[in-house]
Design a protein around this ligand. Structure first.
Ligand code: HPA
Length: 236
């Protein structure tokens, strides 16, 4: 039984899944990090694969950009396909001065300007979407054992990539490390369906300095992040 957006049969998707935004990154991960990978979805070119990493069954699928897009896929993965552990692997815009380009950033929590939290809990409660602690602890340990710089803290999942109104200076004063567009929804849905979720990013550009990574730098730091995410997703 497929969903409107995923053409897989139940059982085609592993309980553990990596979620890059870009479907071509899902293909790249399947081809370069998994063995015996089989494609389970091509609907809307949101490519999804299941293969093996160190003998464990792992899936990888694109989510598209933004909270509405990732919410569709994550809801269906959790509700219909029985996924239990999800790690988003993406890029973020570094905001805080403590973050250098290409650093790994792990979202301990995800603030948001999206209505997604408000629409579930109403105006009086601001639910705090947070990472699963055991995945967070494992990812930090795996990053440290590879001697990779890693920063852990609060990030913001914004609705608009182009946003002239947002007060980035104030967000930085309150300790927001970085900006991206999906994690608050991932953490909220994981809470709803009692699953484990984590989001790891590489800082691809810096909002304070205006610098951005070269294509080559993006690829190297992307590969480091995938290694950490895969080691983390198979951790007990
Ligand atoms: N804004 C929002 N999302 C992002 C950015 C950004 O600057 N960089 C990478 N993802």
């Amino acid at each position: 039984m497929a969903t409107p957006h995923i053409s897989a049969e139940p059982g085609d998707i592993a309980e553990r899944i990596l979620l890059p935004g870009d479907p071509l990154r899902a293909k790249f991960i399947a081809e370069n990090f998994l063995s015996d990978a089989v494609c389970f979805n091509t609907v809307r070119n949101i490519l999804g694969y299941t293969g093996l990493f160190k003998g464990e069954r792992i899936s990888v699928m694109g989510t598209g950009m933004g909270i509405p897009s990732i919410s569709i896929y994550v809801d269906e993965l959790l509700r219909v396909y029985g996924v239990r552990r999800l790690i988003r692997v993406g890029t973020c815009g570094a905001m805080h001065e403590s973050i250098k380009l290409r650093d790994l950033v792990i979202a301990q929590a995800a603030s948001t300007d999206s209505s997604i939290v408000r629409n579930i809990f109403g105006g009086t409660i601001n639910f705090a979407p947070i990472a699963d602690f055991s995945l967070l602890r494992s990812a930090v340990k795996n990053a440290e054992s590879l001697v990779l710089p890693v920063k852990v803290g609060n990030i913001i999942s914004v609705d608009r990539f182009y946003d002239e109104e947002i007060d980035n200076k104030k967000l930085i004063r309150y300790g927001i490390l970085a900006v991206e567009m999906e994690t608050a929804a991932l953490y909220l849905l994981a809470a709803k369906y009692k699953a484990q979720a984590l989001a790891i990013f590489t800082a691809s550009d810096h909002l304070l300095t205006g610098e951005s990574c070269t294509i080559e730098e993006r690829q190297t730091s992307f590969a480091d992040m995938i290694r950490i995410a895969l080691e983390t997703i198979i951790d007990d």
